[in-house]
Design a protein around this ligand. Structure first.
Ligand code: SF4
Length: 357
């Protein structure tokens, strides 16, 4: 039997029950979810689903990430609400592929862990199951393990196994609908230059990969969450007499409105602006402090600093890594007025941390 899997929380308890109900079936977990945006989230959900399959002794296969094909399939349904026609197409897309996968492997039964999700309509899934039966001659097993306390047992099982819990269904359009109240929708941001930012999917992916290493080494641990002040730079522009000034803006740099600033005081390649607590630092100083060899700002964008390095610089020149003064890297200082505009968000957020025992 092929069990299409959508995420670890739905897959774990579902597979456990499925194995109990079908002890003679060889079950293969097929993670086919090209609907998931962005790709790093796809990898993160796959990583944790694979982990839970391995715990349960279920073969695991990660399907292709046919994202563009999925986007074409739901074209015109972008604004449909959850459980609407976009979701039906989305289920069709995944379950038809699961049926083709089953056929190709000589399996004659298909099911899906989507049947576990309280956000998914059983009727919709069963209707797709009937289509699959007609089209591919593969039986759709429409088990309902949500009943009789199943949903509660699923939550307990997910907690016991410290599974990764996503907070949105999966697709780009679902994110817009489910997170529209949030000031920052991190899943829709790609930092430039690329860095692993706090509480980003990429940071979580690294975190859960490290957790796998710990499990392999037999280290006992507990995942908890901590609150912190997060930051995202949305725009940073510097011009002088309307000409752009190449620069690099460090993490936590904040300005509440555009400012015209000139360097008033200089010491050791650090320049202090005449207003808004703006600090300028020469690229050479960055090289000196971090033992780097950047020749120009362009190189800094090609190979950006790690976040910890940016915070270290901030700490060295402002005495605390939590200062919000704009810290701007320039190749050289000039006796001109810099027109600076920084659009940045500072907001309370939380992220997973791991306590080892
Ligand atoms: S909201 Fe979820 S089920 Fe609906 S289309 Fe998006 S990913 Fe698919």
């Amino acid at each position: 039997m092929i069990a299409h899997l959508c995420c670890s929380v739905d897959a774990g308890y579902f597979l456990k029950r499925l194995k109990e109900e079908y002890p003679d079936e060889k079950i293969t977990g097929y993670f086919y979810d090209p609907n998931i945006h962005p790709y790093s989230e796809f990898k993160l959900r796959s990583l944790d689903t694979k982990r839970i399959c391995e715990k349960l002794g279920v073969e695991y296969v990660e399907g292709d990430y046919n994202y563009e094909e999925w986007l074409r399939a739901v074209k015109g349904k972008e604004n449909e609400p959850e459980k609407g026609s976009r979701c039906s197409i989305c289920f069709d897309f995944s379950l038809e592929e699961a049926a083709r996968f089953a056929k190709a492997r000589g399996d004659n039964k298909v099911t899906t862990s989507l049947l576990m999700s309280p956000m998914k309509s059983h009727e919709q899934l069963e209707a797709i199951g009937r289509v699959i039966k007609r089209k591919y001659d593969v039986e759709f097993i429409a088990v309902d393990y949500r009943k009789k306390g199943g949903t509660q047992a699923q939550q307990v099982y997910a907690k016991e196994n410290q599974m990764y819990r996503q907070d949105y269904c999966g697709c780009l359009y679902g994110i817009w609908q489910q997170k529209s109240e949030q000031e920052i929708i991190d899943e829709l941001i790609s930092p430039y230059p690329f860095q692993v930012l706090p509480a980003s999917i990429e940071e979580r992916l690294n975190f859960y990969e490290n957790r796998l290493d710990l499990e392999e080494k037999g280290v006992k641990y507990k995942i908890v969450k901590e609150n912190f002040l997060n930051y995202r730079l949305l725009k940073s522009s510097i011009t002088s007499k309307k000409k752009p000034v190449f620069h690099y803006t460090l993490f936590y740099s904040y300005l509440d409105r555009p400012q015209r600033v000139r360097i008033e005081t200089q010491k050791d390649d650090i320049g202090y602006g005449n207003r808004a607590q703006v600090i300028f630092i020469k690229l050479n100083k960055i090289n000196e402090l971090l033992n780097k060899t950047y020749q120009n700002i362009k190189e800094l964008f090609k190979e950006p600093l790690k976040l910890e390095e940016e915070l270290l610089i901030r700490e060295r020149i402002t005495n605390t890594k939590y200062s919000l003064s704009p810290v701007i890297v320039l190749e050289e200082f000039e006796d001109i007025r810099y027109d600076i505009e920084i659009d940045a968000k500072i907001y309370p957020d939380n992220k997973e941390i791991l306590i080892k025992f």
